[in-house]
Design a protein around this ligand. Structure first.
Ligand SMILES: NC(=O)C1=CN([C@@H]2O[C@H](COP(=O)(O)OP(=O)(O)OC[C@H]3O[C@@H](n4cnc5c(N)ncnc54)[C@H](OP(=O)(O)O)[C@@H]3O)[C@@H](O)[C@H]2O)C=CC1
Ligand SMILES: O=C([O-])CC(=O)C(=O)O
Length: 464
């Protein structure tokens, strides 16, 4: 693997020194006469701020047909200034996972510019990275808008043979954007490599439903992608990785993914229903004639499909129940619900393609909801593993529910919403749909043979 390298234990104390501080050499790449060294992480501990840079690379005599490089790393800290050396052995096989272009060089700030407080790099794996949603999302992630302006980012981008060239194009645009927080970009087609040590996995890539394709076929084709990716996450991602599944049908894909990743807590898997919540807030604001930041407590129940249940009963405008602000109850029960359910399709009719920018924004919202404390009394919607919910919903599903977070990446399900007959009937319907989808993919979640008997009106929001 040309891009994979390791430091030899026999070299000297440098590799263990580097390891101790969370720094390792990720790759050595030849560019004409020069060699670019990719450091795996720039680490800042709580007690000492460290800075690492490769100051020289010297080719050593060939041994067993491999090049050895002696890399001198200057590692300095306020308390422990030191210079060490490590020997790096690039292996001879070739892989398609590699650090990209400018991201293979050491990030090199002047002493006076070195931030004192930067945290350990957050590793974000993104699948479907050359697709439309990613084209908006990646730049938001790299800019610091999501994780904060003192948080270095590594983007690990998963594509396929199909998108290989486009993926390089994406990485070139990231290069040209000169984001100071973006320390690494790796691109590749093997989830076992791209998901290595991922702290977040944003699973966007999925096959769109083609003309004449049955939903059952879509469930099976995409289910296989998510089963494989679940296995890869299980094998190589951070044990506490947070996974947001966007690729449709996202609830069932998320269920497949978590069932194939037993090492990772099921709680860490989400299906994106935040776009639906945002759409619902917008419609309520429009009807009430208020700006949308006055709308809160909006829940999307169930599946990201046209059976989803946008909840106006528990929602609030200006802190008041929606029912008290919008007198037109017929509109709420009929038009509002259907508008939110079909908003994706309405947009496709206008644009000629499905929501990409607003989906990227909603992924950002979904991440922020987990890393920032939920405002007192409010909640957000996410498709989560429905274990321990207080609403009598089948446990073994990924179901959109009201959630609240302390901002530590974790969340709890909010258990005290009012469910009236109107809501109950509709929640039942979306639950039945998810149970039917689950039966279709039984073969992908270790529950025997898949058998598909889907309700006729099962659709994605973008289908009409
Ligand atoms: N949950 C939600 O709220 C929303 C979900 N979505 C869903 O997100 C997904 C991505 O949307 P978007 O980025 O607009 O789509 P694009 O078509 O622009 O990109 C999708 C990517 O999926 C990958 N892919 C994986 N397997 C296949 C396959 N068998 N055939 C074709 N492409 C494949 C492709 O990348 P590669 O070749 O690199 O694998 C492609 O770049 C879709 O499933 C869409 O339905 C969209 C909007 C909202
Ligand atoms: O159906 C689609 O692919 C798009 C989608 O999920 C949405 O707009 O909510």
């Amino acid at each position: 693997m040309a891009a994979m390298t390791r430091t030899t234990a026999a070299s000297n104390s440098a590799s263990s020194f580097l390891d101790n501080y969370g720094v390792s050499v990720a790759s050595v790449k030849e560019h004409g006469l020069s060699r670019r060294i990719c450091l795996k992480s720039c680490f800042s501990g709580q007690k000492v701020s460290l800075w690492t840079e490769v100051v020289s690379v010297k080719e050593m005599p060939q041994k067993q047909k491999r090049n050895l490089y002696r890399i001198s790393c200057a590692v300095t800290s306020p308390t422990e200034p030191s210079t060490n050396q490590a020997v790096v052995v690039p292996s001879s096989e070739t892989t398609r996972t590699e650090c990209f272009g400018v991201f293979c060089v050491t990030y090199d700030l002047k002493e006076s510019e070195r931030p004192k407080t930067w945290a350990k790099t957050v590793r974000i794996a993104v699948s479907g990275a050359a697709g439309s949603i990613s084209n908006h999302l990646l730049f938001k992630l790299a800019s610091g808008e999501v994780f904060g302006q003192d948080q270095p980012i590594a983007l690990q981008l998963l594509g396929s043979e199909r998108s290989r060239s486009a993926l390089e194009g994406v990485a070139m645009e990231l290069e040209d954007s000169l984001y100071p927080l973006l320390r690494e970009v790796t691109i590749g087609i093997d989830p076992y490599e791209i998901f290595q040590n991922a702290d977040w996995a944003l699973l966007i890539g999925a096959k769109p439903r083609g003309p004449g394709m049955e939903r059952a076929d879509l469930l099976d084709i995409n289910g296989q992608i998510f089963a494989e990716q679940g296995k890869a996450l299980n094998a190589v991602a951070s044990p506490n990785v947070k996974v947001i599944v966007v690729g449709n049908p996202c609830n069932t894909n998320a269920l497949i993914c978590l069932k194939n990743a037993p090492r990772i807590p099921s709680k860490n898997f989400h299906a994106l229903t935040r776009l639906d919540e945002n759409r619902a807030k917008c419609q309520l604001a429009l009807k009430a004639g208020v700006f949308y930041d006055n709308v809160s407590n909006v829940t999307i129940w169930g599946n990201h499909s046209t059976t989803q249940v946008p909840d106006f009963l528990n929602a609030k405008i200006h802190g008041l129940p929606v029912n008290e602000v919008i007198a037109d109850h017929k509109w709420l029960e009929e038009e509002f619900t259907s508008r939110v359910q079909k908003r994706g399709g309405a947009l496709i009719q206008k644009w000629g393609r499905s929501s990409a920018a607003s989906t990227a924004v909603s992924i950002v919202d979904a991440i922020k909801s987990l890393i920032i404390r939920t405002p007192e009394g409010d909640w957000f919607s996410s498709g989560v593993y429905a274990k321990g919910n207080l609403y009598g919903i089948s446990e073994d599903l990924v179901f959109s529910l009201p959630c609240r977070s302390k901002g530590d990446g974790d969340y709890e399900i909010v258990g005290d919403l009012v469910i009236d007959d109107y809501l109950r009937k509709r929640i039942k319907k979306t639950e039945e749909e998810l149970l039917a989808e689950k039966k279709c993919v039984a073969h992908l979640i270790g529950e025997g043979n898949g058998f598909c008997d889907l309700p006729e009106d099962t659709m994605l929001p973008g289908e009409q």
